[in-house]
Design a protein around this ligand. Sequence first.
Ligand code: GDP
Length: 483
Amino acid sequence: DDAFYGPSDVPRDKYLGGLLPEAGFDEESCLSRYKSPMYRKPSHHRPSPYLVERLRRYEVLHRRCSPHTAAYNKTLPLLTGGGGGDAGAAECKYLVWTPYNGLGNNILTMTSAFVYALLSDRVLLIDRGKDFDDLFCEPFPGGTWLVPLDFPIDFSVFEWKNNQSYGNMLRYHSIGYADGAAAGPLPNFIYAHLTHDYDDNDKRFFCEPDQAVLGGIPWMVLKSDSYLVPAFFLNRRFEPELSRLFPEKDTVFHHIGRYLFHPSNAVWGMITRYYEAYLARNRERLGIQVRVFNFQESPLDLVAEQVINCTLTEGLLPGVDAGRALVDADPNKTKAVLVASLYPQSFDRIKNMYWEHPAAGGTIISVHQPSHEEAQLTGRERHDLKVLAEMYLLSYADVLVTSAWSTFGYVAQGLAGVRPWILVRPHGAKMPEPACVRDVSMDPCCHKPPWYDCKECKSFTDPGKEVPYVTHCMDVEGGIKII
Ligand code: GDP
């Protein structure tokens, strides 16, 4: 039966077409890794053989260079030794990711960092922040990806003014350039400042000659709040490799997200308990993610109304038979609606609609919302476990409605491999018309791409107009995404 997917005991495509390594893990310590595929319809998108090969090669590199290996111990002193020129002593090159903003943003930037690590032959380590080690399992067999607790770097110093950022090194000529290449010794450490406030100097990170120079620096810290992969596709040094790794270009997050992010057993328990109790015994599952950024522009009751308008107009939910008091329920037509939101209004609205009136055709609609915490509580542990659980639960839906601008929704759609309907952001408390639009691809939107012309060294080349497969996002003006 094509529509009905409850969890099955028979692993369906346990290793996700070769995406996941088949050996090297203790399965009990991270049940989600191989069990999660049982909760989804098989993906329509298979990883390319070349991606599978590159991942296995990366895993060998990671095992050799992970913290406290001989190679790591030999390279670590370069971080604190100051000076430059002795990068030849580096056994491995590292990319250290550090968190910024909410969990959705962080999952997108970790994915970007891993893709960049593949492109630049670096080993990815993550600053665990408050709780990343409690949220996720280790993704690579045989070596941790967590920065050791005694790592000699204070991550709080990384912001725009930091004098070890690539942008500031260019600005103050700490890195000399001649004829498009570095002149003089390179530092052993560089900070890539790629958050939304980055300037033209920082943006040179995305240019070809600059990447050639950065490749000679053994330690790099990267901080961002955008999904950077679409911008990597615009770099001519990276594009051929990316296209080989991802012949279906808009599957980057779909594959890499499923490869990297395995909820810890604590989160997996929450996911499966909820799934079994509320979602499993339904023919269809609709996920609705409601995120409101501005209550004046988008009052919660208006947004709840908008959710109804969108789902009814697009036929995602059945209409109600207001003329009849009773319609016989059809036990073969069951639909679960999973609402993820900080607020209760949309949930109440849908639930009441189908309580007060019968659904046309007798469909049995159940509506569920795991939490409504009212406020964003990023970094509080129990809260973040719930956030990840909700993202995952959403990603088990067959059909998704997401909110414009929300990275939370991007994660769910990417993991699910579905192209969502996006709730258009209301302005001036007016109902948008249409209420929602179908996204052009499942890959996330990069909110703040570099509008920068590498050849002329100046701002304002439109990154959505350079190649046909990178276009402007429907939900974020100025953003770009892969199609
Ligand atoms: P974005 O701000 O929508 O792009 O998504 P982020 O995940 O980066 O940040 C929003 C944060 O707000 C989340 O990480 C959660 O902490 C919280 N949040 C937003 N929406 C929800 C929700 O539906 N459920 C829960 N539990 N938390 C949410």
